[in-house]
Design a protein around this ligand. Structure first.
Ligand code: BES
Ligand code: MN
Ligand code: ZN
Length: 498
């Protein structure tokens, strides 16, 4: 989808559809009022008839309004003006995009930036609008896997009108940023949605290499012998039960000064989590193909980062493997040695995410990072605590935690912090190694993070548990692209580009 800025009298714009807002109850936005005047009161008439009260989420499609050059006018309800915030703005854009999907319009002009809530601002509103347009229009298309292409060609171009006094240059770059984030989310969704027989560790590594070539990112892939050499005994123990070879992907984006310490993003890349010998129950196990969504969000964020050409140095680390119950699989009770030298008694082979992440966290030390953020579909307990709305956030640094929380709030991809106080560390005690890999049922997300914290002592570190937010179950089953918006807003802010 192409994004652009359009200026000129709204009634004269030649386009498949023009989208204008109506507040509850029946208050026309500035552009809606202009179209109303041009059509000699037709919009006020229709609104007055009770067909469009301005309720949030409602839409009404009008054809060939006299005096208006656009083929269609889409009225979208904005709800009560005094309640109109970031969520309401997003919902209005999403509702417009869904309504346009069902029309034959090949392009549209959106006049909603003028109603941007104050906290978001026009520039923030444009960034969000572009991102949402791509989010709503996403379709899963697997390479070579079939699934019919849509009959309708859909919206190919979307233009936005600007309220007076908006800096056109900033508006253009906000649209470009939103589009880059939207495309990054779409890559993340597709990698998550691909079945595990296609999206193997090798496939993920190939995708990373391809992204590196197309976007100027230095990518290297380490194989088992090199990982053995590095002493990644914890990571490798997870892959022992699988026929698929493990891969350790490193990505280096160098947009900053040579001397700038890099931000390191670490993504959990379990391409399928059966639980291993501690086998998971069968129901819904297909969804464990999404257990590489942390890795996918790192790839999506890197794509966006490179497209936005942010002046930062960012490193991506992806340990990727399957967790399978093969003949060489780890048994409960086995003790493994991590790259850090600390030993781990594996009490449950289904707590494998932390086992692959801990070695990646140790590997991260060599970059002398400004900070490290890991992203993982780590615990079912996080879904119990926060549901599917909010990602869990744990950190050993308050300022970093606050930055990430704010990024999530700005992007509407929110996280909530949980404590990792030392008191919880007792739950990881083992009689046979430095630690066990599970901490029992109480505070399952916290003890998982406490495990990781033992490997992240040398730098500022935060952990995002995205088990509840990375994908949706049920009839809309699929990847969500989260937390790419949070991560990209965090990076935009660090780059001074927000
Ligand atoms: N990948 C799962 C976590 C998960 C579960 C994500 C459900 C999304 C939905 C992780 O590897 C896992 O199995 N965690 C265990 C940990 C337990 C054995 C301590 C869990 O949450 O049950
Ligand atoms: Mn597991
Ligand atoms: Zn897992």
């Amino acid at each position: 989808m192409e994004f652009s800025i359009k200026s000129g009298s709204p009634e004269k714009l030649r386009t498949g559809a023009i989208v204008v807002g109506v507040f509850e109850s029946r208050k026309l936005s500035a552009t809606a009022a202009a179209l109303d005047a041009a059509s000699k009161g037709r919009i006020a008439d229709i609104v007055g008839s009770g067909d469009m009260e301005g309720k949030a989420g409602g839409t009404l499609l009008l054809h060939k309004l006299p005096g208006v050059a656009a083929d269609r006018v889409l009225l979208v309800g904005l709800g009560r003006e005094k309640d109109f915030g970031l969520k309401e703005f997003r919902d209005a854009v999403a509702a417009s995009m869904r309504a346009l999907k069902d029309t034959g319009a090949a392009d549209a002009v959106v006049a909603l930036a003028e109603t941007a809530p104050r906290k978001l601002g026009v520039i923030g509103a444009l960034r969000q609008a572009a991102l949402i347009a791509l989010d709503v229009s996403y379709r899963y298309e697997a390479p070579g896997q079939g699934r019919k292409a849509p009959d309708k060609t859909g919206l190919g171009a979307l233009a936005f009108t600007l309220p007076k006094k908006t800096d056109a240059g900033k508006a253009e770059s906000a649209l470009a940023q939103g589009a880059a984030i939207g495309r990054g989310m779409s890559l993340t969704k597709t990698l998550g949605n691909l079945p595990a027989n296609v999206c193997t560790p090798t496939y993920l590594a190939e995708q990373a290499v391809a992204l590196g070539h197309s976007h100027g990112i230095a990518v290297t892939v380490l194989d088992r012998p090199e990982l053995e050499e590095l002493g990644m005994g914890s990571f490798l123990s997870v892959s022992d039960g699988s026929r698929q070879p493990p891969k350790f992907i490193t990505m280096e984006y160098r947009g900053g000064k040579k001397s700038d310490a890099p931000i390191v993003l670490v993504g959990k890349g379990i391409t399928f989590d059966t639980g291993g010998i501690s086998l998971k129950p069968g129901e819904g196990m297909d969804e464990m193909k999404y257990d590489m969504c942390g890795a996918a969000s790192v790839l999506g964020t890197f794509q966006a980062l490179a497209e936005m050409k942010l002046p930062l140095n960012v490193v991506g680390l992806i340990p990727t493997t399957e967790n399978m119950p093969g003949g060489k699989a780890t048994r409960p009770g086995d003790v493994v040695k991590s790259m850090s030298g600390q030993t781990i008694e594996i009490l449950n082979t289904d707590a494998e995410g932390r086992l692959i992440l801990c070695d990646a966290l140790t590997y991260a030390e060599r970059y002398d990072p400004a900070c490290v953020v890991d992203i993982a579909t780590l615990t079912g307990a996080c879904i119990i605590a926060l549901g599917h709305v909010t990602s869990g956030l744990m950190a050993n640094d308050d300022a970093l935690a606050d930055e990430l929380l704010a990024a999530g709030q700005n992007a509407w991809d929110r996280a909530w912090r949980m404590p990792i106080w030392d008191d919880y560390q007792d739950q990881l005690k083992s009689n046979f190694a430095d630690m066990g890999n599970i901490g029992g049922r109480p505070a399952g997300s916290i003890t998982a993070a406490c495990f990781l914290a033992r490997f992240a002592k040398k730098y500022k570190w935060a952990h995002l548990d995205i088990a509840g937010t990375a994908w949706k179950s049920g009839k809309d089953k699929g990847g969500t692209g989260r937390p790419v918006p949070l991560l990209t807003h965090f990076l935009l802010d660090r780059a001074g580009k927000l």
